[in-house]
Design a binder for this molecule. Sequence first.
Ligand SMILES: NC(=O)c1ccc[n+]([C@@H]2O[C@H](COP(=O)([O-])OP(=O)(O)OC[C@H]3O[C@@H](n4cnc5c(N)ncnc54)[C@H](O)[C@@H]3O)[C@@H](O)[C@H]2O)c1
Length: 515
Amino acid sequence: MKRAVAGCGMVLVAAALNVLLTPAARADCTEELRIMRNMLADVKDESRRQELQRLLEKAEKDERAGRDQLCDQAVQRAQLLLKKPPTRPDKIPGKGFTNPRRRAIVSLPSTRGGAGRPVRGNPGTMKLSVAKERRAQERRVAASPDTVKRLVGMGLEVVVESGAGAGSAFTDDAYKTAGAEIAGDAASALGAGDIVLKVQRPLRGGDGGVDELSLMKRGATLIGLLSPLQHRDDVEAYAKAGITTFAMELVPRITRAQAMDVLSSQANLAGYRAVLDAASEFGRAFPMMMTAAGTIPPTRVLVMGAGVAGLQAIATARRLGAVVSATDVRLAAKEQVESLGASFLTVDVEAMKAMETAGGYAKEMGEDFARRQREHVTEALRKIDIVICTALIPGRKAPVLITRDMVGVMRPGSVIVDLAVEQGGNVEGSAFGETVTTANGVAIIGHANVPSRIAVDASQLYAKNLLSFLGLIIDKEKHLKIDMADEIVKATLLTRDGAVVHPQLSAAPASAAGA
Ligand SMILES: NC(=O)c1ccc[n+]([C@@H]2O[C@H](COP(=O)([O-])OP(=O)(O)OC[C@H]3O[C@@H](n4cnc5c(N)ncnc54)[C@H](O)[C@@H]3O)[C@@H](O)[C@H]2O)c1
């Protein structure tokens, strides 16, 4: 575990520098190879099996040698071969038709409200459904045309609600071309899924509008950002409805789970977007400019909290030409900050050594440390133009790092972005979903759902995170396989067989998630 956390620092910095976008794709390729290898035994035709075997061996060899493109090509050829209509009779007893031309029109089994509308499909194949997100300010979607293509290539059926990708610029036609079936409404999309992929937790009766949970069939599996620690009543409702649920924000931060780490993929983009939001509110340029009309000094940016979002904010502000400093309670962050070319604002080295949990997260700071941090930061703020706040403590309210008095020392026209506003905020006076201008002319930005403000990329990465996760819970026969011996499965599973099974949900509400 220690090694994973230590290695992670490098991972975070590399991600901030954008040199690490390929490993997720690599992990997908590895996952597909694993699934296809498992499917080999099902291929009855000897010559086809041999050809597949040859392609998979080639893909593995290319992958080991780092020939990513060749590996992808071999995987794609193997997928095509798997999809080719079989020459033998195409009905497998108990599994239905494997040849798409002989697919039946079936009425989906449903024990719950309104979901039994006819959907084209193969009765033996597991169906994944992707519904339109209906919560306010949510533009993301849980599958992209790219991930749909990969899922269909693995032999799964995918149903996408019409318009689900609109907020992320993915059209119904793009999903159709990727092999999805388009469902006309929420009932037919949500009711079709053996596995339902969502970004946000489903709406329930009390939320107004469509009751998404009631449209899902009993026995279905739901995967999404379900905020289980904040919405325990929802978790009870999933159990009562007989839905198996996985919360993606609980994926442990271990090396093996990096390709499924939604917190990192979304925070990375949020850190980037926060700097752009600040830049568009700020009335000055970021880089130093020497012109005939005079010299413009560079903008000074302070980043508070140097985790995934903070490191990306540092890298983005540096790319724009700002002079950047940062602070964190974890001493491990110092080296990462400095490796990005920013300076680190140290409060107390000895105290900081004890501020990190075994899982790599921050502990809550004591009052003495908080006071000294405020003193250091107040001095810095007199010369700072932009502050990006990203500090969080897993499972708890965000720490207040900038008080009203501290905002008071900043110059008019300065900008603060409070990325922690949804968890209570790092800045006194920030407001969820609003930009507030203080009496001394400082703008405090509290945008809701920042990853959704960069929805195309956020959806692409989230969809890839889900694709990797699905590889963990779908077996070679394409059935759901819940292996409780697997650390990632165990950490994310909330409900099963009508009961809440996650240990943290039976603990006291204040228990931390990231210890
Ligand atoms: N193994 C992996 O693949 C992996 C991937 C991502 C992250 N991680 C681990 O998770 C850690 C946290 O990442 P995150 O971005 O999700 O964290 P986070 O979102 O929980 O917090 C953001 C940052 O705020 C800092 N913070 C908290 N209280 C603070 C305070 N009072 N003052 C200043 N800063 C404060 C935290 O130390 C953290 O760096 C990483 O540093 C890393 O160790 C591991």
